[in-house]
Design a protein around this ligand. Structure first.
Ligand code: SAM
Length: 256
């Protein structure tokens, strides 16, 4: 770990740190977790804080930020639902961005990456791994309080429909954020990448005030970040957050 770099906080997300170099701008996250490195990213310290490099070639969220994403980014104290967390490369950075008072509910359906995600959560106390299928949000709804944002990276043909189902059930309401890392190659051969992007935008536009979509090439070929903030009046009141244990029938009623 090296000392002495000069970081500046990004205006919209104080735990996202900007490091200006002569030839490029790097993004780092002030970390909540403990070493070792999660995926080979660099760690450093500055002014008594620990930072991890947020590598655009490894994370679509980082690539979107590098490419000028102007929409919402996780901020301290927020709760984010993360669909398709895999072994936690990007989810660990989202957990850094929401900080120690925020929480990331990280859904992954495949056992192998999920087991690595569970080990990661030992070192990131604000990361809650959930083994589940994002197509069935009612199954994990009881674990997720109304969320400030959804980040989805599940590379499925119906990824936008899956996000909308989760948003309707689990987002807290107007102003909440939705970010979708679209993999157009997973969306069928019946349309070109721009046509897939346009269709995704149309599907999301009823719920969201969309931000300009960002193309993630050359970091992630054929990928785009699409999203924005929930429009007023588009979501009903958040549903109760915790499933109540079913009450046992009273002895009185059982005797009858
Ligand atoms: C491209 S990888 C995610 C990479 C990760 N977001 C990152 O940046 O670190 C896609 C992940 O989505 C998961 N996935 C696909 N469909 C899913 C579903 N219906 N529910 C939950 N996870 C799903 C896959 O198992 C895979 O781990």
């Amino acid at each position: 770990m090296r000392e002495g770099r000069s970081f500046h906080s990004a205006p919209d997300s104080p735990r996202l740190a900007v490091l200006r170099r002569p030839d490029r701008t790097e993004f780092w996250t002030e970390t909540v977790g403990r070493e070792p490195s999660v995926y080979g990213e660099r760690w450093t310290e500055s002014d008594g804080r620990s930072y991890r490099s947020f590598e655009p070639a490894r994370s679509k969220l980082s690539a979107a930020i590098v490419k000028g994403w102007s929409g919402p980014v996780p901020t301290p104290g927020e709760g984010w639902l993360y669909l398709g967390a895999a072994s936690g490369t990007t989810a660990s950075h989202v957990a850094d961005l929401v900080g120690p008072t925020g929480r990331v509910y990280a859904v992954e359906r495949s056992l192998r990456p999920f087991s690595r995600l569970v080990s990661l959560a030992d070192r990131w106390p604000n990361l809650l791994p959930i083994l589940g299928d994002a197509r069935e949000p009612t199954v994990y709804a009881g674990l997720v309080p109304p969320a400030h944002g959804i980040y989805a990276d599940i590379a499925q043909a119906d990824q936008v429909e899956i996000v909308l189902a989760n948003a309707t059930l689990l987002l807290e309401g107007a102003g909440a954020s939705v970010l979708v890392a679209l993999k157009t190659a997973s969306m069928g051969r019946d349309a070109t990448a721009p046509q897939h992007v346009r269709r995704a935008e149309e599907l999301l536009a009823d719920l969201l005030d969309l931000e300009p979509t960002v193309r993630l090439d050359p970091f992630h070929k054929g990928h785009y970040l699409v999203g924005g903030s929930v429009r007023a009046g588009r979501l009903g009141p958040a549903r109760p957050t915790v499933l109540r244990p079913r009450r046992e029938p009273s002895r009185e009623r059982r005797r009858r």
